[in-house]
Structure formats: structure tokens, C-alpha cells
Design a protein around this ligand. Structure first.
Ligand SMILES: [Zn+2]
Length: 315
């Protein structure tokens, strides 16, 4: 969600703020949020999480536009393409509570919209909170089974050939241990803000640092059990070796099941997490469909085309 860009950061003024006590910091954060949202500087989903205020000004939110609104700018989205092709669609995103979205989706079957898209993050939130195999997760899946069953029933009754795709954007794994990366670095006398800049995600620590501080940090990271530094060729293979290094000059990735705590995303350990090596079994996403002509996608980036092709075929 964040990349290093002190020049264009919408929060850059905060760099001149003195260090504040925790309570004042959360008050200022609410003010910052109101200001950025009010001026519509960032239209898409973002969160300030636990990013320390004095470092927030070094980072920018790369996705300023809202991918759920047409013409958001940047890469044309699925919805831009539907508009361009004149395919009437309706979508429900994270702004609508899931139960209402599901009710309205069911109600829309057989009506004039040809393409219906529902996004929900409730299963994601529940798994983070409870763990992948918790009984509540089973109950949630049964709830989805019922809702999807009702959609299938109604679409059959409507007499139309309704193609359905149920998919996730990532897997999830239970957190088995935690590591304090910033704490380990500080122990060798190298301090964040003074000697180096970093963004501590829940599963990655991304650094912008040079000279002896860089050598010291590499030494510390090499000693930490539960993660490793990613070599450039690995980053290249994963499609994340960015030329400007704005996502990290040095990237440390936690092993699946290990969470960085504390991080800029939060001070508490969660029951389950995602954002690990995509080749790990727990990172696998899923796709269920009643479309016999649906190709097997190998990457999440194929989903846009897959759905557009289906929309074209069911016209
Ligand atoms: Zn999540």
C-alpha cells in the first residue's frame, strides 16, 4: 500500500512535526485522514495503520485512484473496459456491508444488468482475527454456500444462462511465530529515521539505506530466523524488481507463518496472515465456476481478461 516517495507524499508536511505523545499522534492522524479524504487526494482504499507520524511523510500511496470507479486513471480496470464495450454492469465493493450486497446481488439476477460483481473482505477479516481453521470460518463458508446456492437457483428459474465465478485474491496461513525486525536492528545501534528509512509491513521489511548502516542491517537480517533477504533475481522472477526501487532497495521477506510484530501495520499479532511467498502452498487462491469453457488462470493478472471474455460470450 506504501512506497518511498518523500517528494510526492501527500503527508510530506508531517516530516516537520516534532515527535508527539501517542494520544496526540492518533488525534493528528484523524485530522490528516480528514484532510486527505476531504480534498480527495486519495480516492481508493488506504489505511494509516500504525505508521509513525514522523515517517509517514516519506511514503506515498501508489493507488491514488479508486479501481471501483470508472476512469480512475492509470491502468484501465475491468469496469473501464465494461463501460467501453457498453456492457451494463453493477458492482458492490467494500463500502457496502456484505449481507446487504448479497441481498441486492440476488435481487439483481434476471434484471437488466449483464455483469454483476460483488467484492467482500469479510472472510479475510475473520480469518485474520480467528485463524484459518476456526469454527467461525466454517460457519462463514456455509453462509456463502447458502447465498451462492440461492443465486444458482434464481438464475436457473430466470431461464438465463448465468455464468458464475467465485474467487479469492490470495490464500492465508496461521501465524505460528513473530519477529521484531526493528527491535533487532536497534539493538546494534542503528536507528530508524536517523541512519536508515524502512517500511515495516506485517510480512516484509523494506529498506532504503546505504553505507555502513546498510552493512549492519544486512548482518542483523541474516541472523534473524523466520525470514530472509530477497535477491534481485528472485524479485525479478516474482515481477517486483522495480527500477526506481521505490518499494525497497533491500527487501526482507518473512517466512510463511511468521509475522513481523510490531510493524507499521499494527502492534498486535494476528491469528492468520497473508502476503507471503506466492509459491507457498498457503498462498494459493481459489476459483469456482460453473463455466465449462473457463480457462485455468495461472496468475491473478489473468482474471480481468477471463471475466471480460466471459462477459463477451454470455452476451
Ligand atoms: Zn487481509
Amino acid at each position: 500500500m506504501y512506497r518511498y516517495d518523500p517528494r510526492n507524499s501527500p503527508f510530506r508536511m508531517l516530516r516537520y512535526l516534532p515527535r508527539l505523545p501517542a494520544r496526540a499522534e492518533s488525534k493528528v492522524k484523524r485530522l490528516v485522514r480528514r484532510c486527505v479524504d476531504g480534498r480527495k487526494i486519495i480516492r481508493g482504499y488506504y489505511d494509516l495503520y500504525d505508521i509513525p507520524l514522523q515517517f509517514l511523510g516519506y511514503f506515498d500511496v501508489p493507488q491514488r485512484s479508486d479501481p471501483y470507479l470508472p476512469g480512475g486513471g492509470g491502468v484501465p480496470t475491468l469496469f473501464d473496459e465494461l463501460e467501453r464495450r457498453g456492457i451494463p454492469y453493477r458492482l458492490w465493493d467494500y463500502r457496502t456491508p456484505e449481507s446487504r450486497s448479497l441481498d441486492e446481488l440476488l435481487d439483481s439476477i434476471g434484471k437488466d444488468r449483464r455483469f454483476l460483481f460483488l467484492y467482500t473482505a469479510e472472510l479475510d477479516a475473520l480469518m485474520h482475527r480467528a485463524g484459518v481453521l476456526h469454527a467461525d470460518v466454517g460457519a462463514k463458508l456455509r453462509q456463502y454456500e447458502k447465498a451462492i446456492g440461492a443465486l444458482v437457483q434464481k438464475s436457473r428459474r430466470s431461464g438465463e444462462d448465468v455464468l458464475m465465478y467465485v474467487f479469492s485474491d490470495h490464500g492465508m496461513t496461521d501465524v505460528r511465530n513473530t519477529i521484531d525486525v526493528e527491535g533487532a536492528i536497534e539493538q546494534c545501534g542503528v536507528r530508524l529515521g536517523r541512519d536508515y528509512m524502512a517500511f515495516f509491513d506485517a510480512t516484509m521489511a523494506r529498506f532504503w539505506v546505504s553505507g555502513i548502516a546498510r552493512d549492519a542491517i544486512i548482518g542483523v537480517l541474516d541472523e534473524i530466523e523466520g525470514g530472509r533477504i530477497l535477491a534481485d533475481r528472485e524479485l525479478q522472477a516474482l515481477g517486483c524488481l522495480f527500477e526506481d526501487r521505490s518499494y525497497g532497495e533491500l527487501i526482507f521477506a518473512a517466512d510463511p507463518g511468521t509475522m513481523i510484530v510490531p510493524s507499521f501495520m499494527g502492534r498486535e499479532r494476528m491469528a492468520a496472515m497473508h502476503g507471503y511467498d506466492p509459491n507457498d502452498a498457503s498462498s494459493k487462491a481459489c476459483l469456482f465456476t460453473n463455466d465449462p469453457a473457463c480457462p485455468l488462470p495461472h496468475s491473478i493478472m489473468e482474471f480481468k481478461q477471463l471475466l471480460l471474455d466471459a462477459a463477451g460470450r454470455s452476451g
